[in-house]
Design a binder for this molecule. Sequence first.
Ligand SMILES: C[S@@+](CC[C@H](N)C(=O)[O-])C[C@H]1O[C@@H](n2cnc3c(N)ncnc32)[C@H](O)[C@@H]1O
Length: 261
Amino acid sequence: MKTKISSITGNNFGEFWFLVEKFYHPKYYSKEYPNLLTSFLNRLGAKNVLDAACGIGFPAMEIVNRGFDLTCSDGNESMLGIFKLLAKEKGVDIPIIHSKWKDLNSILETKFDVVLCLDSSITHVDSWGDSKKLNTDNARKDILKSLKAFYALLKPGGYVVIGLGRYAFEKGNEFSIDFGTLEIESVLVRHKWKMKFDHGLKKRIWTLITEFNGKINVREFQSYLLYPDELESLLKESGFGKVEIQEIQPGEYDNNFVAKK
Ligand SMILES: C[S@@+](CC[C@H](N)C(=O)[O-])C[C@H]1O[C@@H](n2cnc3c(N)ncnc32)[C@H](O)[C@@H]1O
């Protein structure tokens, strides 16, 4: 699939994500993580797997042909548009469903061994790619409804796996990352982040600064600042029993909350 640098300043967040993900996925993450995730799913005895936050298809696309019966879903059409193009390009046949988490159990009849919601996706509940101010009360309620839907989608004894960025464990106030410059389709793209945590309002404010051949594009998004202890209690409120934290991948990415039905 060709990246459309020209559309980056437009409203298609899927295209924007396709481009900026190139900055976020160093080799060890894009290559090793699918292997680690595969071993982890095998340890859980997973066959029927739902990736409920598949986005544009990472890591789903990497694990689809590794012996799992994988279904993918996401609530954002522009993300799924890119996923479908990439799947077609790679000749991968995979069910891709457009649905919000809270509605998934009324759409899908299948029950799964494992439901994945990785990549800190849960904190972006209903606010992904949306620059409006976040209503944190609604976000919290929707996280709970989503976890209840995941519970309903599991077989008895099945597992939900919720990824939560490690920064949420540190409770700092802000950090920045300069991802440097990449040449993409002969265009020099520079990308930086600023991440601020408002612990009073329970908001994470994420500013993405992208420079295309010197022209700056700034986007700011808000997501729910979900603490690990709050996630654990929401999982229990949704019906899950024991909750464990497991490291699937190394480095600065997620800690994963694994809860059994
Ligand atoms: C961090 S991104 C996941 C990116 C994905 N791992 C990828 O590489 O493309 C978070 C995803 O959660 C999805 N999402 C947020 N709220 C949702 C909801 N209520 N229901 C379903 N999907 C939702 C977004 O649309 C987005 O694709």
